[in-house]
Design a protein around this ligand. Structure first.
Ligand SMILES: [Zn+2]
Length: 267
């Protein structure tokens, strides 16, 4: 059953500049992709289950599909699909297996922002459960985002910044947002008032994600000091599902998804 919620575009998309709220109230950081103002409404935390920790196993064997790695960057069904300023998704692309992720969000009710592709959703739930077991409170804020929603966001930024090129410095063109893949989720913490700010990466939660996300198939998609490769500044909150094997390689070697696709050598 498809669980795609067709909610009206009533969410307020306004804030581009966030105060860090991390001990320096004068500092500002610009969120280049994220343009959604988060709800201030908290949500009851879902207590972790009693199930024992069960990290997905990382395969040790060499993959047998090296020849297909380049092709996978453009395959809409692939978990390692590459979406960036040079690789766009079709305007009519909507993942067919979107489901609501069973994690905590700082807002109530049904929303596209709670959706991810099923495989990503299952793994994110396990990641969040493990974080909770270790005493860390993570919240999701923004998962799937339609092409049409991104169009609205980008048009608003063109108006705000005066030109498309100026708007593209802080937000993605429609079709170029990873959120349209259903494989990305922005995560945050009550410690930063549920905002998307760079100092999230300095919190125990942000550091824990760097160390553990790959075990569940996720990467920090826009690492610090990789803007020249990814096209976006550091976003410690933006998790991208790529599958356990690819995430392991990317994390272990300190790569980006762009470099993963350029590489044809394993080991
Ligand atoms: Zn994001």
């Amino acid at each position: 059953m498809k669980l795609l919620y067709l909610v009206p575009l009533s969410i307020v998309f306004t804030a581009l500049i966030f105060f860090t709220g991390c001990g320096d109230n004068t500092a500002q950081t610009i969120a280049p992709v994220e343009t959604e103002q988060l709800s201030e409404q908290g949500q009851e935390e879902v207590p972790p289950t009693e199930r024992p920790a069960s990290k997905p196993e990382r395969p040790a064997s060499k993959p047998d599909h090296l020849a297909s790695r380049a092709d996978s960057s453009k395959d809409l069904e692939s978990m390692v699909i590459l979406v960036n300023k040079h690789n766009s998704l079709p305007s009519d692309y909507v993942p067919e297996d979107l489901v609501e992720v069973d994690i905590s969000f700082p807002f109530e009710g049904a929303s596209d922002r709670k959706l991810m592709r099923e495989d990503a959703a299952v793994h994110l739930e396990e990641l969040f459960k493990q974080a909770a077991r270790e005493g860390l409170k993570l919240y999701g804020t923004s998962g799937y985002r339609s092409y049409q929603t991104q169009e609205v966001i980008f048009a608003r930024n063109v108006k705000k910044y005066g030109s498309k090129s100026a708007a593209n410095r802080v937000s993605a063109y429609a079709g170029q947002s990873e959120h349209q893949t259903g494989l990305a989720m922005d995560v945050t913490s009550p410690k930063v008032d549920f905002r998307l700010v760079q100092c999230f990466g300095d919190l125990p939660e942000g550091k824990w994600l760097v160390e553990n996300a790959a075990d569940y198939g996720f990467i920090i998609r826009y690492p610090r000091d990789k803007e020249n490769i990814t096209g976006y500044t550091y976003e410690p909150w933006h998790l991208r599902y790529v599958g356990v094997r690819a995430a392991g390689e990317i994390a272990q070697k300190g790569k980006t998804l762009e470099q993963y696709h350029e590489s044809d050598v394993w080991g």
